[in-house]
Design a binder for this molecule. Structure first.
Ligand code: ATP
Ligand code: AMO
Length: 437
């Protein structure tokens, strides 16, 4: 059996080495007297040469008889070969088939035949054998690493909060109900209340990267029913400081990808195009935003104070601004109860959104930390403060002023890489039609 401690990644195979390489049969090219098996592993590909008349018959039969995408281990010497795709090739001494692949594949990992997104999502294992698909998830991992590091540099503590909860926070219609030992419970829509409870704890500044669940009825290219939220919350911060952190975190993600994901960007055909956002993200007030949208003439009806921004409005404004930007000073009535109003104007909230030119990436704001006002806010939004007692009561025991935000992880990846559909940024997306795999 193959003991893989002595396995060499194909990318490390140098002329003169004796190697054991393991991976998938990418392709077999038979030219008559000579034939090649292209073996693919995580690091790349390597050519294995079979000279039919000169090599052991059984070896040739095993190496060339195996179906594409089977898993094989090849042992042999590496030699320089300018005509080989990577400049080297292996002359095999042994070929072992560890797992045979059915000749009928549901999708073609060599990418020669395009597949529908639904076929790809049904067969993610095969789909992620393609360099350009694998690259998305290598980049996603790098983005999460960079974001974590940036938060840590800001002295934030990573937390994990429950995903099974008793109450929702972001609008009642979007909750997934479940039964919890005979009681009604829900899948959490946002760590909002928990992260706020932690800024009043000794931790002061926290972040969480975790799933959020939303029973969004609509089926769009930018909504998921299970998404990854990148949440931040800090004591003794106001909304402008939360915006500073938000901007730094997004820039850190882009910088890390530009620096550490050259190969992946190449696989996605983005190497020349990929740009780290430069300069400060413009901060537009809601009022300016609706004026500018109205001025574009893209909407059939003019927006008025108090309107939510429609998708076409966001797009028109994004084209106009041409970079990431913030929208600040929203009308209080369209922001949630936990967002604080400006002290000098109750109609105006400290809530903000951070936008990519094509869509919203972030919501955030300063929070209402005063007990009386918080409870009042619940009532105004038609929520029963009693059922949020576990949350509100902590505001009676010393809750500092605080602010934070939630950044949609998949939307960050999607906009960063120009993906047409948010599902491409999730291994196993959950949408209205899709519950497995
Ligand atoms: P043999 O090599 O057994 O005499 P052949 O006539 O098929 O048989 P070549 O004439 O050397 O071999 O090559 C046939 C084709 O394969 C040519 O297009 C050549 O460029 C290509 N080829 C040969 N060897 C290699 C190699 N090691 N790597 C990549 N391509 C090769
Ligand atoms: P909000 O509801 O705006 O704010 O969510 C924050 C960000 O999360 C992403 N997002 C989604 N992504 C994909 N599919 C979905 N269904 C989905 N829903 C949300 C978006 C969005 O901008 N508690 C606040 C945050 C805060 O104030 O800290 C909240 O949840 O990118």
């Amino acid at each position: 059996r193959a003991h893989m401690q002595d396995r060499t990644y194909t990318a490390d195979a140098e002329p003169g080495d004796h190697v054991k390489v393991a991976g998938w049969v990418h392709e077999i090219r038979d030219l008559g007297g000579i034939a090649f098996l292209i073996l693919r592993d995580k690091s790349g590909k390597i050519q294995v040469k079979f000279e039919k008349d000169e090599m052991d018959e059984e070896l040739v039969e095993t190496g060339l008889g195996v179906h594409r995408e089977s898993v094989v281990v090849v042992e042999g010497d590496v030699e320089e070969e300018p005509r080989a795709p990577t400049g080297v090739e292996v002359t095999p001494e042994s070929v072992e088939v560890l797992a045979d692949a059915d000749p009928e594949l549901p999708l073609d990992p060599s990418g020669k035949v395009d597949a529908e997104l639904s076929t790809r999502l049904d067969n993610r294992t095969l789909d992620l054998r393609k360099d350009e698909v694998k690259a998305i998830f290598e980049i996603r991992a790098e983005v999460l690493r960079a974001v974590r590091e940036q938060f840590r540099d800001f002295y934030a503590t990573e937390i994990n909060t429950p995903k099974i909860v008793a109450t929702g926070t972001e609008g009642g219609t979007e909750l997934f109900p479940i039964t919890y030992f005979g009681k009604e419970a829900f899948m959490n829509q946002s760590p909002q209340l928990f992260k706020q409870l932690m800024v009043g704890s000794g931790l002061e500044r926290v972040f969480e990267i975790g799933p959020i669940f939303r029973a969004e009825e609509h089926n769009t290219p930018r909504h998921l029913n299970e998404a990854t939220s990148i949440d931040f919350e800090s004591a003794f911060a106001d909304h402008t400081e939360a915006m500073d952190v938000c901007e730094a975190v997004v820039k850190a993600a882009y910088e890390a990808v530009a620096e550490n994901c050259e190969e992946e960007l190449e696989a996605l055909d983005l190497q020349g195009e990929f740009e780290v956002p430069e300069g400060d993200f413009p901060r537009l007030s809601y009022e300016e935003a609706i004026e500018r949208i109205n001025a574009t003439g893209e909407l059939d009806e003019q927006l008025v104070w108090g309107d939510d921004l429609p998708t076409e409005g966001e797009k028109a404004l994004g084209d106009d601004v041409g970079s990431h930007y913030f929208i600040t000073d929203w009308p209080s009535e369209i922001k949630p109860f936990y967002i604080k109003d400006h002290d000098d104007d109750e109609q105006l909230s400290t809530g903000f959104d951070m936008m990519h030119p094509t869509m919203e990436l972030v919501s955030g704001g300063q929070r209402e930390h005063r007990y009386e006002q918080l409870v009042e806010g619940f009532e105004q939004q038609g929520l029963d403060p009693e059922s949020f007692d576990y949350y509100t009561k902590m505001f009676k025991y010393g809750m500092p002023p605080h602010a934070g935000f939630g950044l949609g992880g998949e939307r960050l990846i999607m906009t960063m890489l120009g993906l047409g559909n948010i599902r491409e940024a999730v291994l196993f997306p959950r949408d209205r039609q899709r519950l497995s795999p």
